[in-house]
Design a protein around this ligand. Structure first.
Ligand SMILES: NC(=O)c1ccc[n+]([C@@H]2O[C@H](COP(=O)([O-])OP(=O)(O)OC[C@H]3O[C@@H](n4cnc5c(N)ncnc54)[C@H](O)[C@@H]3O)[C@@H](O)[C@H]2O)c1
Length: 375
């Protein structure tokens, strides 16, 4: 077994999630590399306290430069607000470490392009976090689309919905402020999740029309006052892509105001010969369309068919924590040359391509017009 030493910069929501995925790495049965969390950096000393429960995490610091100087760190995972992505990602690369970056990979398109340039110049192994395609149902949908079973593709819908912004009493955080989250708002927050599979299939939008909506302009600031919130909360992108010589409608949906949805990622692809649907609202269920004399939507209970095998029984259902672990398995296996044809993490190029879609969506909203996506 090979051990890879990981440092986390940003020990908030996602930093803790990743640390917990490493802590139960024993669940995986067919991977020859094990991550060991050796260091964490967070500006907030209280955030660091949680990491005291990870025995291997000896270095806990409020200065991420100390983490980057440590010879005990091979790979850095960075989960900080978007306004800090570029500075910290490029510092990680300058320190000679490999990187699993968080989406959206820079606060805007210009920033993402500068990060990509630094990635190429550094020669380091870099991927961008996007875990939802690692659900077994999502992977089956991806393979089905690649197989040609859809026939001529008629329509694709890919989206991510949640509803946490419906509650006006929820305190504002940095994700509701353009200065920290980026002008894209929900595009930056949820967009990579919706774009990842279509981009991996080569279905790059060429032009689009976007409808963006804002949420509550004021929220409690959590300190007894109120804070102004200026980000887009919902985004509907109606795009055209070219698949096998046909223009195909591709709809990308990102919503923080979707009544009833918690963390619902979904994908639907329809063609003349077949169709497939998967949603994390039904995490082990796959719907496949068949056209014969009669037409059928067949429902299959997939169970725990993850691409990296685990001790978990095949009849059980996968969840968010499982696909985070699967994504890390893919990152570490690919870094070691052991991916062996399995689905890999989002690439820096795919992250930049997603930002091109967000930039076109913002322009479309401003001009209320169909906009060309930068090739
Ligand atoms: N892949 C996913 O499903 C997913 C889900 C949520 C968030 N994210 C992404 O993860 C990133 C972080 O989001 P989050 O929800 O964990 O945010 P968060 O606010 O919960 O945590 C961010 C942490 O970063 C720390 N921080 C800020 N600046 C820092 C600095 N200079 N040095 C060290 N620490 C610093 C903060 O103190 C905080 O603890 C964002 O890019 C976000 O888009 C991804």
């Amino acid at each position: 077994m090979k051990y890879t030493r990981i440092g986390i910069i940003g020990g908030g929501l996602m930093g803790r999630e990743i640390a917990s995925a490493f802590a139960r790495w024993c669940a995986l049965t067919d991977i020859s590399v094990t991550p060991v969390l050796t260091a964490v950096a967070d500006l907030n000393p209280q955030a660091l306290e949680w990491f005291e429960k990870i025995p291997s995490c000896h270095l806990r610091t409020t200065d991420y430069h100390t983490l980057l100087a440590s010879p005990e760190v091979d790979v850095v995972y960075v989960a900080v607000p978007h306004d800090q992505h570029e500075k910290i990602y490029t510092d990680v690369l300058s320190a000679g470490k490999d990187l699993l970056a968080e989406k959206p990979f820079g606060i805007d398109l210009a920033s993402a392009k500068r990060i990509l340039k630094a990635v190429h110049e550094s020669g380091r192994f870099v991927r961008c976090s996007s875990e939802m395609p690692f659900f077994p149902g999502a992977l089956r949908a991806f393979e089905y689309a690649k197989s040609g079973a859809l026939g001529r593709i008629l329509e694709v819908v890919s989206g991510f919905h949640h509803s946490s912004d419906l509650d006006p009493t929820k305190p504002a955080n940095w994700k509701r402020l353009s200065a920290k989250c980026g002008e894209g708002g929900a595009l930056n927050d949820l967009g990579m999740h919706a774009c990842h599979v279509p981009l991996r299939l080569g279905w790059t939008p060429q032009r689009l029309f976007a409808q963006l909506q804002k949420g509550y302009a004021q929220r409690p600031d959590g300190k007894g006052g109120s804070a102004s919130c200026d980000t887009w909360d919902n985004a509907l992108i109606h795009a055209w892509t070219n698949i096998a010589g046909h223009e195909v409608p591709l709809r990308l949906e990102m919503k923080r105001l979707a009544p009833g949805a918690t963390n619902t990622w979904f994908l639907e692809m329809l063609g003349t010969d077949g169709g497939i649907r998967f949603s994390t609202a039904e995490p082990k269920t796959l719907w496949v369309f068949e056209r014969a004399k009669e037409q059928w939507w067949k429902r299959t209970e997939l169970g725990f068919g993850t691409q990296f095998k685990t001790v978990t029984g095949g009849i059980f259902e996968p969840g968010f924590a499982d696909v985070i672990q699967q994504m890390w398995a893919a990152y570490l296996a690919e870094r070691d040359g052991q991916l062996d044809g399995r689905f890999g993490c989002a690439t820096p190029e795919e992250a930049v391509a997603s930002h091109k879609i967000f930039a076109a969506a913002l322009k479309s909203q401003r001009e209320s017009a169909v906009t060309t996506v930068e090739p």
